[in-house]
Ligand binder design. Structure first.
Ligand code: NAD
Ligand code: UFG
Length: 339
């Protein structure tokens, strides 16, 4: 499998995965509607890799856009990053989320089938585990109980994919459930560039570091955890990107539907992450304790055994590396890709 169609390839995880693929001599074609990313990402990818991926500005909900790509390119495998991902926004705009994420994935799968392309890798999320009873979770842990429409789109798409392989056994699918991707490419040329006030922890911290926000609000320090703050499994986005190469290799050897959690296996609290960023910064970072955030779960991190045994996947980086690289990106690009 050499020719990879990456939907959402100018986004945060997509761009890092494209870099990984180009460095390994895959031929990459991107489709992105640029609803949450910037075209300049392509220049940055070229700067890092010396190669420019083929780019189509288009929408996965558009059969015409997809037909053009399948007509003009031989595609062996599709990685579907395209989707809306803001948890809070999804509560306010559920129809937009269901339409973009679920309908978009269905159109993409239909057009793949028409063009005899059956290898599919899907960006799912740890959010499908809802509020886990036991941590670490593994791939057999109960899924469901999602607390927002965004999470439910992931759950429903997973279900659709399971139904699809039963009806159409030619489909060969890898579902990757990402834990919390943070960090940036060590070059500092690509990274996470949220619109407006960041919803997520790491970009919020780096915006405090760069002087764009006054202080971090820690959402609750009264959870039943080692320091009272929530526990997550933060994974360096470059490790996550490599996980997609492992998934391609898996689909080359096997036929069916496969599910893997991608994390480090290590749970870190909000204070652990804050302290890692303080190390990268060399000074304290202002914070205040704020009320709990609705929908947050106390702890979620993964057992990494299955991904290691079946994909050979093992994360290389720890939270200090993630903090260093996220800070390097933000320092060099205080306004993200706007500069
Ligand atoms: P992102 O918003 O940076 O990237 C998504 C890209 O898809 C953007 O460039 C956007 O413009 C594009 N896009 C959205 N809808 C589209 C459509 N209909 N047609 C074409 N392009 C479209 O997000 P990300 O953080 O890189 O996440 C990538 C995927 O991974 C998403 O599906 C997300 O739900 C999933 N995921 C992300 C996280 C996370 O914490 N970042 C965690 C788990 C899962
Ligand atoms: N947090 C703060 N202050 C902030 C932002 C976050 O204290 O300003 C805390 C949260 O309460 C939580 C932790 O930092 O305890 C991590 O929060 P994030 O928003 O960074 O990440 P979540 O685990 O809540 O959710 C993220 C994505 C989801 C995805 C999930 C699993 O937002 O879309 O990871 O992949 F589903």
């Amino acid at each position: 499998m050499k020719n990879i169609l990456v939907t959402g390839g100018t986004g945060y995880i997509g761009s890092h995965t494209v870099v990984e693929l180009l460095n390994l001599n895959y031929n990459v074609i991107i489709i992105d509607n640029l609803s949450n990313s910037k075209i300049v990402v392509l220049d940055r990818i070229e700067k890092i890799t010396g190669k420019r991926p083929k780019f189509y500005k288009g929408d996965i909900r558009s059969k015409d856009d997809l037909r053009k790509i399948f007509n003009e390119n031989k595609i062996d495998c599709v990685i579907n990053f395209a989707g809306l991902k803001a948890v809070g926004e999804s509560v306010k705009k559920p129809l937009e989320y269901y339409e973009n994420n679920i309908y978009g994935s269905i159109v993409l799968l239909e057009e793949m089938k028409k063009n005899n392309v059956y290898n599919f890798i899907f960006s799912s999320s740890a959010t499908v585990y809802g509020d886990p009873i036991d941590v670490p979770v593994d791939e057999n842990s109960k899924i469901g109980g999602t607390t927002n429409p965004y999470g439910t789109t992931k759950l429903f798409i997973e279900r659709i994919l399971n139904d699809l392989v039963i009806a159409e056994p030619k489909f060969n699918i890898c579902i990757l459930r990402y834990f919390n991707p943070i960090g940036a490419h060590p070059s500092g040329l690509i990274g996470e560039d949220p619109n407006g006030i960041p919803n997520n922890l790491a970009p919020y911290i780096t915006q405090v570091m760069v002087g764009k926000r006054e202080k971090l609000n820690i959402f609750g320090n009264d959870y039943d955890t080692k320091d009272g703050t929530c526990i997550r499994d933060y994974i360096h986005v470059c490790d996550l990107a490599y996980g997609h190469v492992c998934a391609i290799n898996k689909l080359e050897k096997s036929q069916g539907i496969f599910i893997y959690n991608l994390g480090t296996g290590k749970g870190s609290s909000v204070f652990d992450v804050l302290h890692a960023f303080e190390k990268a910064y060399g000074k304290p970072i202002a914070y205040a304790i704020a009320p709990r955030r609705a929908g947050d779960v106390k702890a979620n991190y993964t057992d990494v055994t299955k991904a290691y045994n079946e994909l050979g996947f093992k994360a290389k980086y720890d939270i200090l590396d993630m903090a260093r690289d996220a800070w390097n990106w933000q320092k060099n690009n205080p306004n993200g890709y706007e500069d």
